[in-house]
Design a protein around this ligand. Sequence first.
Ligand code: IPD
Ligand code: CA
Ligand code: CA
Length: 284
Amino acid sequence: MQKKFLPLKIKVFELIFCMTSEKITNRFQTAQVLIREAGILAHEWFRNRSALIVEKKGEHDWVSEADHAVEKFIKKKLGLMFPKDGFFGEESGFLDQKNSGIWVVDPIDGTTCFLKGLYSWCVSIAFVVNNKIEIGLIYAPCSDELFAVQRGNGATLNGKPIKSSNAKSLSEGIVAIGYSPKQSIVATKKAFEFLLNEGAVFHEIGSAALMIAYVAAGRYIGFYEFHLNSWDCLAGIALVKETGGWANDFLSNNGLHKGNSVLVSAPGTKKAMLRLFSYAGHKI
Ligand code: IPD
Ligand code: CA
Ligand code: CA
């Protein structure tokens, strides 16, 4: 049906609630400014981290005043600019709104690194519409690196285009593996075993979001973690897909709310990473 023949009611509904590409571009531009502001705020807390109040959420799972404050800042700003958008943050949970779009936010990914004075942590913001990741932003304040993608428009690092690695085998680069005590020990051990047998090298830098962004930027050639939540990985997955890389279907089976396993790769390492996935016990 051509748009000009749509009944008036539907047209009005479209204008108010539908997420047109102009609306997504507007959000992309706004969120790039916002994530840098949030990163600066987080970095102020980082410099004064010895004074932070820290709570334990679980084994090796911490949350600090900084996580809460940064999420509150992002949520408030997005709420003022886009009051009808949904919001899903690690610290404050799910807020459903009228629009089809939802912001998925990890205020600090890599909290353990942040609290220990290590540099590998970041702010991660994704925007999802009808189960598609339209926007992915990851900002690492310690290196002043902003990874940004609006689906279909290319991915950038500080404004310059990025591309995933052209490695063809796992021995041609570094594979990242995420681990925290909530993961399956059996699956993670298998993943490490697989990489060692393949003659591959692995890293675990404590921030899943950053490790996935590094696959998008060609620094790593693959990433695996047994289970992540959507706020940890959606922005990274959008980046990887845009740079020619491959990612499993994280949003299937209600991944947005329940999380999922994550496997991403450069185009030439997809087959090998799928063998790793299968070796770790996943169905492919
Ligand atoms: C964690 C980091 C870590 C991953 C964990 C996540 P947090 O997020 O992404 O790399 O291994 O599974 O929970 O707690 O630092 O936001
Ligand atoms: Ca996280
Ligand atoms: Ca976090």
